[in-house]
Design a protein around this ligand. Sequence first.
Ligand code: ARG
Length: 456
Amino acid sequence: MKLWGGRFEAETDQLVEEYTSSIGFDQRLYKYDIQGSIAHVKMLAECGILTYEERDQIIAGLEEILEEIEAGDFEFEIGLEDIHMNIEQRLIDKIGSVGGKLHTARSRNDQVALDMRLYLRDQIEAIQALIEKLQQVLLELAEENIDIIMPGYTHLQRAQPVRVAHHLLAYYYKLKRDYDRLEDVYKRTNVLPLGAGALAGTTFDIDRQFVADELGFDGVSQNSLDTVSDRDFVIEFLAASSTLMMHLSRFSEELVLWTSQEFDFVDIDDAFCTGSSIMPQKKNPDVPELIRGKTGRIYGHLMQLLTVMKGLPLAYNKDMQEDKEGLFDTVDTLKGALELFARMLAKTSFNQIKLEATAEDGFTNATEVADYLVEQGLPFREAHEVVGKTVLYCINEDKKLSELELEEWQNFSDRFSDDIYQKIDIETAVDARDSVGGPAKEEIKRAITAEKKECQ
Ligand code: ARG
């Protein structure tokens, strides 16, 4: 017998049952479904819709069901379609017809919206905690490597020298915004949908605020049609997750590049790499590669749900059952990536000799030379031209700027004198960039101290 069987004369086709059932994946919501139901019956009793005795019987039954599920003793049935009806049917089997009173003044439409919000709330908090862990690793790594200078790039061409710590902090701040975006999603997720009923509220004199307080929601939703047709909070979460994953993917891409023999900037610990089945010399950066690769599925889930929702008339439509698998996969993928990334990064070392040799090569101090001429009174555009010619000369002569004799400098401008050598020293060049947010050691130290304080 189906919970909704009264109106039907024929049995559901077996294939239809399998096709429409969501129990295979929505069983993940069991804890929230039970938590929501308990709050609901408490309210029903407070409002005089159920007796306190009925309430206690139902709560005791639900608590036993929770234990059964956690012990692995619960048999989920496809014929009961979803987690909501699997639990409700089990309750009726256990405590008899009083179990049938649980669904008073409620629909699966507001129930599923509630479960999803309760689930997502928890997951947002768990993901935020993982972001914080990764940020912590970044701060520590920045501090440990503050002395190492590396080339900064634009167009993947060596541009100006920075510090490794500066590069690491760049990701720290991206993650900080990701954290804030999730905080914002949380605010809109943390609104109680229960009480919207199937679409048009309920005739019972319920107390929605009571349920909101019971479950820790900031407020109650204000339009029943909106409430049961809304999956914005999931879409927003998927969008924030996509952005977060995009950041991890860019960082991963850099690690893949940097571990190549061509760059040789970093070494990822053996524990986080894998070998080749045929080439004995290989040590492959599989972890960052996979994180980069898994970014695609999260973008996919965002597009999938946007597409599911775009043509739906109000209010609930069965299409909306398709909101779950993508969300669950996003949560799993994100958590896996964040956790692994933090652990891998903590065990990643920087090749100071190679990084600094590269930073000194490729004329990354050419801007310093132009700035030098500007300090001697030359307009910047003219200085740019002079230094361009000097660099061209160096390329033809196969020399670094620091290897030029003073007479060679003076062939390009008589404004050059001996102090040019100090000006173009890489460390001097980096530490002179001490404007707010710059790569100078003092500025980085200030940033690390400020962020550490905020994290406490
Ligand atoms: N399993 C359904 C879902 O996830 C629950 C809501 C079903 N509501 C309904 N009217 N069929 O969307």
